[in-house]
Design a binder for this molecule. Structure first.
Ligand code: GAP
Length: 511
């Protein structure tokens, strides 16, 4: 199956089974916004809880054999506007974009690719420069459009199956840009020059809609942590090295939201700022890159689906000495990888900036060394909604040999529903026994009782939802007090004592 059809199937299953819906679908949808349905919210909460557990409730063991100290925080989405001046977002958090006068479309200039398409006009060879948004099928769509565009220009396209590799729009000079056909335009030269476009959503706090009341929806959760650094130091008994973790919504007015929930305008982040001494910072950076990679592996993401990409020196922010991305092989990036999480060495940049802008000391006093300094920060920053996409992509399996071929092989701990509980038929005492088992198990696990339709259909429904186990009460149960437990991944069934079902699940879900 091609990677674009895998993605189409994942998007279709997500909607059909209630993982992800387009936001405002009733009104035609709103680009870049998504709703998480009944199964989606369970999956998202499982990822969120696993991260919170791994960071705050039971943080990793440090290199010295002791558990790290990390506390949690939940800061406001809207902060004082000076926050974004100090952090640099007000000035520098922008993407280059171009507008199309004809189609009124807006595109990220660095994501537009331009193909040279050979054509003929009055016996002479000409070249049409046609832009498309970078994607797997960009060349295909440009070749299709070229037919129409060449005829409209009074010529005809030359016969070609393959075009030369495209160039990125921003690599063309201003004169060359003027003759480009925009991705949705019928004539050349309708694209504006690239302009910087700030990605922060603006709003107003209070009744007056003037500049003095302008506020921004946070584009990252991290800055709230820096603003409360002193509050946490003064109110908790933390000592450097320690971390502050936060999970919450962030907003970016992305020019081209795309690839399902991968790049959204409203999304959730899981970020942790780890404060350490400057001399130990390199050691902690390396520690966190490895710890975060291990965490993703523990959620059932295969080793070969993940990659660590160390940023080149010219990619690093001026204050950072090292940054690594944990990347995933998404169907839409294949054979390449795309970002899932970034681990950044942010030095003392953020605290220094907020200290200077707020005129409040944000130093740490090390009593043992009798030393006052601004701690350095290592920041593992992951997308929660992007993680949900990764788990769906990783779990999606199409097995033609099975009666219902679409299966979500989610890690049992991440699965929204842990067990389906079925009576084989809806009579002969089976529903009563199955329902009693369900009432017992639901105290601890998200379970679903289902007595409708043929058993095969019920299994298929659970396979698509990613439910790892199905427990069926059948004709034998009344005789020997056993039930069938079916494993989603293998389809294998085994007989288990009715009273051993809670232990069976505990052994697989609670460790
Ligand atoms: N505080 C650092 C920071 O925000 P980032 O690389 O811009 O760094 C961290 O974001 C993570 O947040 C990304 O690795 C990604 O998983 C997620 N993320 C960023 N922008 C996103 C978007 N538009 N839609 C969904 N997730 C996004």
């Amino acid at each position: 199956m091609s990677s674009s059809s895998v993605m189409q199937k994942i998007v279709a299953l997500s909607k059909r089974r209630g993982f992800v819906f387009q936001a405002s679908e009733l009104y035609g949808g709103l680009n870049g916004f998504w709703d998480y349905g009944p199964l989606g919210v369970l999956l998202k909460n499982n990822i969120r809880d696993a991260w919170w557990r791994a960071m705050v409730l039971s943080p990793p063991i440090g290199p010295d054999g002791n558990p790290l100290s990390i506390v949690g925080l939940d800061t406001a989405i809207i902060q004082h506007p000076q926050t974004w001046v100090a952090s640099g977002h007000a000035q520098g958090f922008s993407d280059p974009m171009v507008d199309c006068h004809e189609s009124k479309g807006r595109y990220r200039a660095d994501q537009l690719v331009v193909f040279d398409v050979p054509a003929e006009k009055g016996g002479e060879k000409i070249t049409l420069r046609i832009a498309a948004v970078a994607a797997d099928d960009a060349e295909e769509s440009v070749l299709k459009r070229a037919q129409k565009l060449a005829r409209a220009a009074g010529g005809r396209p030359a016969k070609v199956d393959k075009l030369d590799p495209p160039v990125v729009y921003t690599a063309l000079n201003a004169e060359e840009q003027k003759i480009v056909y925009g991705p949705d335009a019928s004539a050349p030269g309708t694209l504006t020059e690239p302009r910087q476009f700030n990605l922060m959503f603006e709003s107003y706090a209070g009744a007056l809609k003037d500049e003095s009341n302008k506020v921004y929806l946070r584009p990252e959760t991290a800055q709230g942590i820096f603003l409360d650094f002193k509050n946490v130091l003064d109110s908790s008994r933390v000592k450097v090295p320690f971390g502050i973790a936060q999970i919450g919504k962030s907003f970016r007015n992305e020019v081209n939201p795309r690839n399902f929930v991968f790049r959204s305008r409203e999304f959730e982040q899981m970020e942790m700022e780890f404060f350490c001494s400057p001399e130990d910072s390199r050691k902690w950076y390396e520690f966190w890159v490895q710890a975060r990679l291990d965490w993703w592996l523990g959620l059932g993401v295969k080793k070969e689906s993940l990659k660590i990409r160390h940023h080149d020196a010219d990619e690093l922010a001026f204050y950072s000495t090292a940054t690594a991305d944990i990347e995933y092989a998404y169907p839409f990036t294949a054979p390449d990888y795309g970002e899932l999480e970034g681990v950044a060495h942010r030095g003392a940049y953020d605290l220094t900036q907020h200290q200077n802008h707020s005129k409040t000391k944000l130093e740490y006093f090390d009593q043992e060394k009798n030393l006052r300094y601004i701690p350095h920060v290592i920041e593992p920053a992951a997308g929660l909604t992007r993680a949900l996409l990764v788990l769906l992509c990783e779990a999606y399996t199409f097995d033609e040999k099975r009666a219902s071929p679409e299966i979500l092989n989610l890690h049992p701990k991440m699965a929204p529903i842990k067990a389906g509980i079925f009576p084989l038929v809806d009579k002969d005492g089976m529903p009563e026994t199955a329902h009693a088992l369900y009432m017992d198990l639901r105290k601890k696990y998200v379970c679903q009782y289902d007595a409708k339709q043929a058993i095969g259909k019920r299994y298929a429904r659970m396979d698509e939802a990613g439910t790892p186990y199905c427990v069926t009460v059948d004709g034998e149960t009344a005789k020997d007090q056993t039930v069938t437990v079916r494993d989603r991944t293998t389809g294998n069934q085994e007989r288990v004592s009715l009273d051993a079902v809670p232990r069976f699940l505990a052994e697989r879900l609670d460790s």
